[in-house]
Ligand binder design. Structure first.
Ligand code: DNO
Length: 359
């Protein structure tokens, strides 16, 4: 298992590489060229320039989060072949730079959504929260505006500005797309890229839908154990895996995360885990919390134990932290709370490993 930290290059992060290096147990970063428009090839020299910067700080760059999928691929348009060819070219370039794992998502139009990026917790810290009622009252424009306004002027993963002008039309487009058709479009993509994932030694980790239920009438495909089974069955390459995000899947209290981990990680289909905690405020509402089990509704001990028992040897990153101690950062991605969270998770990992080797 390798503990890594999400970091954005080119000055688009309040957290510095040397600070990440000083977190005990941290081996590398999950990063991306966030400024390359979705669908374009990532230039090899730019990938290498970022990698060299990461290496110079004594860290690894084995995980990319994310290489986003162009909407034409998701929609199944004829132009998808050109974007898939670009995607494969990017995979080749990433492989040449030593990347081992690509995290991506198949969420249509928009990536993750929150109704508030800065909700106060009882201890005076802030974190992101989701109120389904508030989201239902928003249209795509007000949603995009509220995400951008809450972003503290950092780019928000999945909310690339070039997506905004087409958002309303894209949402309309998907109203007539059934889940079956959407899965076929995904299958087409997987069938095209998986042979190259094998050739280039790249594990693919698809991120679950966040939140894991429908909004704006968009098809949602990775929300629970059944849907993950369906997704993995679309392409049986061992490279076709999931990014087990406990906060996304855990927003639905019906999801039994340790059981899902035991099933999918034991099958070798979990190359990457995002570990964070959430507190359910109602069936469709939640608040992100500190990582500690007692702060939210997820049992982080059981989650880490399930990973260890399943022989997980992939990457873990502490996902979304709170904003604490007056830090001004990208929402969810400050230094302090994720550093604390990572060391709590590493402590759980050490304890679980030592206990299991004594049995
Ligand atoms: C949000 C992240 C997501 C994730 C993408 C992966 O904070 O977990 O934006 O990076 O869905 O493609």
């Amino acid at each position: 298992m390798k503990m890594i930290f999400r970091w954005f290059p080119n000055g688009d992060d309040s957290v510095k590489l040397h600070e990440i290096k000083q977190i005990p147990g941290m081996t590398g970063v999950a990063t991306q060229l966030s400024y390359v428009p979705v669908g374009d090839v990532w230039p090899i020299e730019e990938i290498i320039a970022v990698r060299d910067q990461v290496h110079a700080a004594g860290l690894e760059m084995e995980v990319i989060e994310s290489v986003n999928i162009h909407e034409d691929i998701k929609k199944g348009l004829p132009s998808r072949d050109e974007y898939i060819a670009n995607y494969i070219e990017t995979m080749k370039n990433l492989h040449e730079a030593g990347v081992k794992c690509i995290c991506y998502n198949f969420m249509p139009v928009m990536d993750w959504v929150r109704s508030n990026l800065c909700e106060e917790l009882p201890d005076g810290s802030n974190s992101m929260s989701y109120s389904h009622e508030k989201v239902l009252l928003m249209d795509p424009h007000s949603m995009a505006n509220s995400m951008i306004q809450g972003s503290n002027s950092f780019s928000l993963p999945g909310w690339e500005p070039e997506r905004f002008p087409a958002m309303v039309k894209d949402i309309e487009f998907y109203q007539d797309v059934s889940s079956e058709t959407y899965l076929k479009n995904i299958s087409y993509f997987l069938d095209a890229v998986m042979p190259y994932a094998e050739k280039y030694d790249l594990d693919f980790a698809v991120h679950p839908d966040d939140p894991p239920w429908p909004i704006f009438g968009l098809p949602k495909i990775i929300t629970n154990a059944d849907s993950i089974r369906n997704f993995l069955a679309l392409n049986n390459s061992p490279r076709n895996g999931i990014a087990l995000c406990t906060g996304s899947l855990g927003a639905n209290s019906a999801n039994d995360l340790p059981a899902m981990i035991r099933e999918f990680a034991s099958a070798g289909r979990v190359p990457f885990a995002h570990l964070r905690n959430v507190k359910h405020t109602s069936a469709l509402d939640f608040q992100e919390t500190a990582h500690l089990s007692e702060c939210g509704d997820l049992d982080m001990f059981e989650i880490v134990k399930a990973l260890s028992d399943s022989g997980f040897d992939g990457y873990i990153r502490p996902d979304h932290g709170r904003s604490i101690w007056g830090e001004n950062s990208r929402p969810g991605y400050g230094l302090y709370d994720r550093a604390i969270g990572s060391n709590y998770l590493l402590g759980l990992w050490e304890a679980v490993r030592k206990m299991s080797s004594k049995q």
